[in-house]
Write a protein of this length. Sequence first.
Length: 280
Amino acid sequence: MEIGLNLSMANPRRAHELAILGEELGYESVFVPDHLAIPVQVDDKYPGTPDGAFPWPQDIPLYDPFVLLARIAEHTTRIKLGTGIYILPLRHPIVAARAITAVDVFSNGRVILGVGVGWLRQEFRDLGIDPASRFRRTEEAAEVLRVLWTEKECEYHGDHFDFGPLYFEPKPVCAPHPPILFGGESEPALVRAVRYGDGWISGGGEDAVAKVHRIGELREEHGHEGPFDLTVLLFEPGERMIEDLATAGVDRLVVAPWTSNREAPAKIEEFAARAARVLD
């Protein structure tokens, strides 16, 4: 099992420094978050906290994930560059594909695309998008990305996206394309990951191992074989959880074992040593 760094808690101006350190210490990847805008009044429940409260100030500074990853790519050579997670249905997939492809090409094929349907419905309304459409929009957008990334003359005719034929160049360096990992913890989300994804990216939780086993059952039910990336995000899991996730077949554990940017370098180094003891 590989270990990655979740940079959602990092100062974006210093994210590249933590990525450089992570690369030196053997971390496999870094992941950055995504939102376009946060409403002043958040009415939807955030799925990542027990009480549904949004865990950050609503006026938190937001950075485009692929601009941030491009900066990190310029300062690193090996570490993979992921989104955890990119709210794909907020964008037209041709626009999204252009940004993703640019980072993939400039990084020599290091992009991992973690996507989600989005939990903040007001964010969709503020863009003039019906939030009820976000599930099907995400599925179609993933299909569009694969068309753009693998076909010479590209066209797609769906309920939400309709275009072509057209050319989309360059193609990604990562062959056949950057892996698309679908997020979400509900049963429909797990089914969506199996049907449309190259893997699953989880927000973590005590039931992460059970969800991994359920993914395996769903893949058997849908007759899916071959590689399927399993990524779990947990801020600072204990040694037992690290061992359990590795035993369950998780490919990548993405952590953020610090509470302040000042202590981040030392905590990143400490966690690397702890994970090595468990996984060796």
